[in-house]
Design a protein around this ligand. Structure first.
Ligand code: GLN
Length: 385
């Protein structure tokens, strides 16, 4: 037959995260599967976006974003991340960090390029690589604290390796890469002349006094690092799709061209809302965010432990991988469906984040929920028996 879906799609898994959200809607359950982040949006951000619409900022922005947003991001990068970025040439505002990553892959990877990433991984990273015909190569981190060594990375590097993906704080592991781990990655990247894509979307979700280190700030890394970030999680606006990439101008130019091609621009009035949020929210907003989420983490992880689903305690981000082998079934999917059917709680089967059999024993939960939903989730877990 002459008509068919292209070969790229054949290997692309549908998002298990979305599938569980759908199953949860059908079961009228509580969705801790997709990291929806249904906590309140800062009123300043909401008001500024509404005002931008009323004031007529409803047409395309420049392909790489509104000037005020690029400037606000550049200033925040300097202050929070220690990254020097020229808002005129280095920052590309995109349709979420996912859009930013896809543009970076399109701009910088050739078919057949091997890209190393850490397992458990975020399924969208794998799918974005497959969509551009790059080849994902996993380095397995060891549960429960998700350690790895430089040798583990060296072992998978080949002449075809073009990049390494780092995601810190990580989804789904909650791992915050240590300075030493980042340094070992930076050394390998420089030795083999690679790019790094570093997904830092959870940069403000840090627990137990941890701080965020951007890989781009390590010596020799600025020119080879594509930093991805966004405000979906920080401002609880996952549906707005406002993310960005930062890279040296020569890479950013190509990434921006892809952004123009795919999205033309990110939603203009929503960019304006985010710009005002970055400019006006005080440092205490970000401190409170970490503190509130740490509380949610503690409360939910305790309930998991009590229910016999041992959590791997997250150091950052807002997901937790729970050991679920005590639940009936032989796959993560069967176990996740059992939970949904018995106590109406939706999580994502571990298979979505692991290439090997380890996935079967885990379920990932998101605790980016309002406190009454966390309480509800804990009550449901207590009923598990
Ligand atoms: N990042 C979120 C998660 O991991 C949402 C993913 C999505 O639906 N694309 O759940």
């Amino acid at each position: 037959m002459n008509r068919h879906i292209n070969q790229r799609m054949a290997g692309l898994a549908h998002s298990e995260i979305r599938a569980m959200t759908q199953a949860c809607i059908e079961a009228k359950g509580l969705n801790l599967a997709q990291g929806v982040c249904d906590t309140p949006v800062p009123p300043t951000v909401l008001r500024a976006a509404a005002q931008a619409m009323e004031q007529g900022k409803n047409v395309y922005s420049r392909f790489d974003g509104l000037l005020e947003l690029r400037q606000a991001i550049a200033k925040k990068l300097a202050q929070y991340n220690g990254i020097v970025a020229d808002p005129e040439t280095d920052v590309t505002v995109s349709a979420g960090a996912t859009g930013a990553f896809h543009c970076a892959c399109l701009a910088l990877l050739d078919p057949g390029d091997e890209v190393v990433l850490f397992e458990p991984y975020y399924q969208y990273h794998i799918s974005a690589l497959l969509a551009v015909e790059a080849v994902p190569v996993a380095v397995k981190m060891q549960a429960p604290d998700w350690k790895f060594s430089g040798t583990d990375i060296e072992r998978v590097i080949t002449p075809r390796t073009r990049a390494i993906i780092v995601n810190s704080p990580g989804n789904p592991s909650g791992k915050v890469f240590s300075q030493q781990e980042l340094e070992s990655i930076a050394a390998i990247v420089q030795q083999h002349d690679l790019f790094v894509f570093t997904d830092e979307i959870y940069e403000y979700f840090l627990y137990d006094g941890r701080t965020h280190v951007s890989l781009a700030t390590l010596p020799g890394m600025a020119d080879r690092t594509i930093t991805l970030g966004g405000y979906s999680k920080t401002f609880s606006i996952t549906g707005w799709r406002i993310g960005y990439s930062v890279a040296a101008a020569r890479w950013a130019q190509a990434i921006g061209a892809m952004n123009d091609l795919l999205y033309v621009c990110a939603p203009t009035p929503l960019q304006a809302g985010v710009a005002v949020g970055i400019q006006e929210l005080p440092d205490s907003f970000y401190r409170d965010l970490s503190r509130d989420y740490q509380r949610k983490r503690d409360r939910f992880c305790q309930a998991l432990a009590k229910a016999g689903l041992a959590p791997s305690i997250p150091q950052g981000a807002y997901y937790v991988l729970a050991e679920a082998s005590r639940l009936p079934g032989t796959t993560g999917k069967a176990r996740a469906m059992f939970l949904l059917e018995t106590i109406g709680l939706a999580g994502v089967p571990g298979e979505a984040f692991f290439s090997g059999p380890e996935g079967k024993q885990f379920i990932r939960f998101s605790y980016a929920k309002i406190d009454s939903d966390i309480d509800d989730a804990c009550r449901r877990l207590a009923r598990l028996g």
